[in-house]
Design a binder for this molecule. Structure first.
Ligand code: DGT
Ligand code: CA
Ligand code: ZN
Length: 583
């Protein structure tokens, strides 16, 4: 097995950390700056880092000499760097966090450590509050107050929940690593990651094995681990470089795996209700197993056994939020054909170099085909979207010629002729009807003028749906998690109109969008509004946003039949048109 390698961003982060560690050690400024410069170079380069390393061509990058090239190669190929590990062992890890605070340089951080034994931001906060910092040379009451302010900001940033899409690659490489540990029987994520929540605070992993130690050691020594937080007999916690992510692993005997997995998957609210239902029936459900009142332990091999025992339908992890799934499962009303990734036949929202995408149409087509998909809808931006290289009406004709060429060149796959047309301020669409009419798929999205009030924005959306050629509303609320609030919209009114007019809603899988969100998907499905799950791909790698759209649709209880891109291309296009004509 190849050791998991680090990508550009992870390598750059370690180089920056090396610069900080060397500054703390009082290394000369010139030498230190080289690490920061190298980190900038890596982040700015367009070439594939792994390839440069394999071909030994790192030194072709300006500012990267032999020493740095060797260090970068070691990081890329082994996921670790001995020099980095040595430096980290010499200095407390928390000093790096302290260095991130405003007005804090290496000299001050070292003084705090040497004089006051301050090793972490928490130590520093306490020292400031106790008035010990002002007694040090070079610090005063004013700097104490300033440090405390900086700590408050630091905690807001670092306490932030992480996007599922940003943590999942790390989770997946850790799962792969753990599965390969000798003796390990089962491995599974738990907690909010398994429920596919939009954001997660930390990662909970579970494994079963006759002996816990090898799996615990594997996590403690995994590539990308920044800090070993703690390691006991059955549990290990680490913090990863990537995303500052905390990962907790529990390892238990296989006969306890299913009940522990169920407990640690949560949500807490769902689990607490199930315990109550169990109690009513004479069972005690806990992370240690399911017991009868007389103390005998029932054999539980997988989670389905628990639900069966309680006379309920199995509840998939994405639905375990105590938002009605328990009642539905008790009454046999829970949908058993929730949409799955495997059922998606084609993609619906993608950009290429024709507008603001990074790959050509042919590259996008081949990448989608390699994922097992049958079609990809090309939906560039329209003319008003100047900032995103929007296409003029004339450009479209030339693009269709290229689409025809690619479709001939890539057998068994089809690019569909679509557009992501702007919904203008008035609610009109950004092309004439005579152009929209010729397209196979019309997505309409709001990209500008987010500042309208709810009444204005709802009117804008409703009047867009009056256009008979509009098929799909793209990312219907415009939110970007942690970055931009959704624009105000009377969602029920929009969904009612969509149901009436046969307009389809997008479930956009871009990790910061997830738009519609799960609660809105549920409202849509209740009204019989059809959905598409999309990747909103601006480059090949973005095609992997699709699973997040599927997860969001599942969290909104969407079934296979609710999602139109489970259909083959011809039937997909026909279903879009037919829905509007019926209305
Ligand atoms: P997060 O980490 O905030 O993204 O969300 P979760 O759901 O992963 O929460 P976390 O990591 O605190 O706990 C993982 C699971 O462990 C949680 O979903 C259910 C279970 N759990 C944690 N605390 C309790 C508790 O006090 N009672 C019960 N019944 N379960 C708990
Ligand atoms: Ca968690
Ligand atoms: Zn868009």
């Amino acid at each position: 097995m190849n050791p998991p390698s680090l990508d550009k961003a992870a390598v750059a982060k370690i180089l920056r950390e090396l610069s900080l560690l060397l500054q703390l050690k009082g290394e000369n400024a010139f030498k230190v700056r080289a690490y920061d410069t190298a980190a900038d170079r890596l982040l700015g380069m367009t070439q594939d880092l792994g390839l440069l390393v394999r071909e030994g061509r790192l030194q072709e990058l300006p500012g990267i000499g032999q020493g740095l090239a060797e260090k970068i190669s070691e990081l890329v190929t082994t996921g670790k760097l001995a020099f980095h590990e040595e430096l980290k062992a010499e200095l407390p890890a928390g000093l790096l966090d302290i260095l991130q605070l405003p007005d804090m340089g290496p000299k001050k951080a070292m003084a705090l450590w040497k004089e006051l034994q301050v090793c972490t931001v928490a130590d520093l906060e306490k020292a400031c509050r106790d008035g010990r910092v002002r007694q040090l040379k070079g610090f005063g009451a004013k700097s104490e107050a300033k440090i405390l302010e900086g700590i408050a900001v630091h905690q807001r940033v670092h306490g932030k929940r992480k996007l599922l899409g940003d943590v999942l690659p790390t989770v997946e490489s850790l799962l792969e690593l753990l599965r390969a540990v000798p003796g390990v029987v089962r491995v599974c994520p738990a907690g909010s990651v398994r429920r596919r929540a939009e954001t997660v605070a930390d990662v909970d992993l579970l494994a079963s094995a006759p002996q816990a130690e090898p799996a615990l050691a594997a996590l403690a020594n995994a590539p990308g681990v920044a800090v070993l937080i703690g390691k006991g007999e059955s549990k290990c916690s680490v913090r990863m470089h990537a995303e500052d992510l905390q990962v907790d692993l529990r390892v238990l005997p296989d006969e306890d795996f299913a009940t522990a997995l169920h407990h640690f998957t949560g949500s807490k609210a769902h689990h607490v209700r199930l315990r109550g239902i169990g109690q009513d029936q004479g069972y005690k459900i806990s992370e240690w197993g399911v017991h009868r009142a007389d103390g005998t332990k029932l054999p539980i091999h997988d989670e389905a056994d628990i639900y069966k025992l309680l006379g309920m339908q199995y509840v998939p992890p994405e639905l375990r939020e105590d938002t009605g799934e328990i009642e539905a499962a008790l009454e046999g009303r829970l949908p058993e054909d929730l949409i799955t990734l495997e059922e998606v036949r084609g993609l619906v929202h993608s950009h290429s170099t024709w507008s603001d995408g990074k790959n050509s149409l042919e590259e996008m087509a081949r990448a989608a085909q390699a994922m097992g998909l049958q079609y990809l809808t090309v939906t560039e931006h329209s003319q008003a979207a100047i900032y995103a290289g929007g296409l003029k009406e004339d450009d479209l004709k030339r693009q269709w010629e290229e689409i025809d060429r690619v479709n001939e060149k890539v057998p068994g796959f089809r690019l569909l002729k679509g557009i992501e047309v702007d919904i203008l301020e008035s609610g009109a669409l950004d092309y004439r009807d005579s152009v929209l009419e010729k397209l196979e798929v019309v997505i309409a999205s709001v990209h500008v003028r987010h500042g309208m009030n709810e009444e204005q924005m709802t009117r804008r959306m409703l009047s867009a749906m009056d256009n008979p050629f509009l098929n799909i509303i793209g990312h219907p609320t415009g939110r970007l998690i942690h970055e931009r609030d959704p624009y105000p919209l009377h969602m029920e009114a929009v969904l009612d109109r969509a149901a009436e007019r046969g307009v389809v809603m997008e479930v956009n899988g871009k990790p910061a969008r997830l738009d519609l969100k799960a609660e809105h998907v549920r409202l849509a499905v209740q009204r019989g509004v059809k959905l598409v799950v999309s990747a909103d791909a601006h480059k090949i790698q973005d095609l992997h946003h699709l699973p997040f759209a599927v997860a969001t649709a599942r969290r909104g209880w969407a079934r296979r039949g609710d999602v139109l891109n489970t259909l083959p291309a011809d039937r997909f296009i026909a279903a879009l048109k037919a829905a509007r004509q019926r209305a």
